[in-house]
Design a protein around this ligand. Structure first.
Ligand code: ZN
Length: 302
């Protein structure tokens, strides 16, 4: 009898460790499309990833649906940006704490002394850190570490995927810097709907001005529009930019204000700020999004 029991225990233990066993696959829930793309690159086909937010979704305003809550309950790991980017999801995540889920706010692992301060967020920091590729590399390191810790059987696979992805990020960094070099320094002024590009500006030497402040939760006022239109005229800025996750009317109001002062500024197209493009398109990946943004900015400001 004892022998049978031991065999049963041994079989069930072996069963738990079997990577083929579907129920043992890590279930990871992610928030923004940037983070979903990253986790899929590192987890590959060995984990299940559910991204809560889709293309064009504004994370500052995003609220969890009932479907999201059930996905969160089923997850082993929740990976998100943090620094209060997902302002309305924080409460939901806090409720999950008693569920013993592993919560990974990626940006909170970055060295705080390198972050850009902001009074607009409860975290006191600007959360749009993914626009510095070197920070996104650190995100990749952290994701691989978390997956490897929680699924040691496949640790090597995750680490290998991370190395491959880091090489792509490095190539992207080199390419982006070379493209930006073609734009004279005095033309590197980026005017957009909200302040998503401060880290981009710091890393790649642009002056960045957002109409709406750091979070889209506050609307731009008439004064902001007047102040910024004056700035555009003084600096002779050629183009201003819409963002995929912010309504275009804010930037159109700014263009109208510049026109009313007898000057002209064009709308240089739409940039991806807080969300990637549609899935199954090149801009639906972090690498494609970054390349698209930089090419658009440089071509329009030339
Ligand atoms: Zn934002």
């Amino acid at each position: 009898m004892k022998k049978i029991l031991i065999v049963v225990i041994a079989v069930s233990l072996f069963g738990c460790k079997n990577p083929e066993n579907e129920s043992n696959r890590l279930k990871v829930v992610t928030t923004t499309t940037m983070i979903t793309d990253l986790v899929k690159n590192i987890g590959g086909n060995l984990i299940d990833v559910e991204g809560l937010m889709g293309a064009g979704v504004d994370p500052h305003l995003y609220k969890a649906s009932e479907g999201d809550v059930s996905k969160l309950y089923q997850a082993n790991i929740i990976i998100y940006n943090g620094l209060h980017l997902e302002g309305k999801l924080v409460e939901v995540f806090e409720k999950m704490e008693s569920q013993e889920k592993i919560q990974v706010p990626l940006a909170e692992a970055l060295d705080k002394s390198n972050l850009i301060g902001s009074e607009y967020f409860a975290s006191s920091f600007d959360p749009h850190v993914w626009f510095d590729i070197s920070y996104f590399k650190q995100f990749a390191e952290r994701v691989a570490e978390v997956l490897a810790e929680n699924d040691p059987t496949n640790a090597e696979f995750y680490i290998k995927n991370k190395e491959t992805y880091l090489q792509k990020l490095e190539a992207l960094e080199t390419e982006v810097k070379a493209t930006i070099e073609t734009l004279p320094k005095e033309k590197r002024i980026l005017v957009t709907a909200h302040d998503a590009f401060n880290y981009f500006g710091k890393a790649y030497d642009f002056e960045v001005v957002g109409l709406q402040g750091l979070s889209t939760a506050t609307e731009a006022g008439v004064q902001d529009v007047q102040r910024l239109s004056q700035f555009i005229i003084e600096k002779d800025v050629k183009a201003i930019f819409i963002e995929s996750s912010v309504p275009r009317r804010t930037i159109e109001a700014l263009q109208a204000a510049v026109l009313s002062k007898g000057h002209e500024v064009k709308i240089g197209g739409s940039l991806y700020s807080d969300a990637l493009g549609d899935p199954d398109t090149v801009e639906g990946t972090y690498l494609g999004m970054f390349r698209y943004n930089v090419n658009t900015i440089v071509n329009e400001l030339k």
